[in-house]
Design a binder for this molecule. Structure first.
Ligand SMILES: Cc1cc2nc3c(=O)[nH]c(=O)nc-3n(C[C@H](O)[C@H](O)[C@H](O)COP(=O)(O)O)c2cc1C
Length: 182
């Protein structure tokens, strides 16, 4: 059993749900998991005391949450020492064509470059369009963006593009990096 920290940033909740699902998979595999919101981590939190760390962030207006960037920058020594993984949630990641996903692959690489972090694994995760939860302005804007990319525009419903099997495989794969004994 290993102690694993899952830290995430999320504006509309999809990355939080992904982080929780990863936590569930790790727990089912017998690990001791703590899931924290990187915007307000517990004051006593020390990632260096864990045996593995997974960080997730979502993309809004072309960048990941700056508070996740600060979190990673602050703890990059521990993250580079421990088994670690990063996942990035966005709409662009929902494209099947790798060429169309390139903008978010570049943002992911840029995030790692700026924070000085070299995780063992990374994953681009397709997020969600939560039209029913957005305010008027955000709903209008997202409908326009989705429409211009040939995406879903029925604002009377929400859309989820996340591939949960892929999330679970990512988490299972991560367990192979963890020490058998703490
Ligand atoms: C205001 C807004 C801006 C967004 N900007 C981008 C973007 O620049 N690129 C992208 O691929 N997805 C973008 N998205 C899609 C989000 O990344 C997607 O909805 C994701 O599921 C959000 O995750 P969260 O709920 O954890 O914040 C945007 C979404 C919203 C609401």
């Amino acid at each position: 059993m290993a102690r694993v920290l899952v830290a995430f940033g999320s504006n509309e909740g999809q990355t939080a749900t992904v982080a929780e699902r990863i936590g569930d998979v790790l727990e089912t595999a017998g690990h001791d998991v703590v899931v924290v919101h990187a915007k307000h981590p517990p004051a006593e939190l020390d990632p260096g005391t864990y045996e593995g760390v997974i960080v997730g962030a979502s993309i809004h207006m072309g960048s990941h949450q700056s508070y996740v960037e600060s979190f990673v920058r602050e703890h990059n020594e521990a993250l580079n020492r421990l088994p670690s993984a990063f996942f990035s949630v966005s709409l662009t990641a929902a494209h099947d064509d790798p060429a169309e996903r390139k903008p978010v692959r570049d943002l992911l690489e840029e995030f790692l470059e700026t924070t000085g972090w070299e995780p063992d694994a990374t994953l681009l995760v397709a997020g969600a369009l939560k039209y029913r939860e957005y305010g008027l302005l955000k709903r209008f804007m997202m409908r326009r963006i989705a429409g211009s990319e040939g995406g879903d525009t029925d604002t009377s419903r929400d859309y989820e593009y996340t591939d949960w099997d892929e999330i679970e495989s990512f988490a299972e794969e991560f367990t192979t990096l963890l020490p058998d004994e703490p």
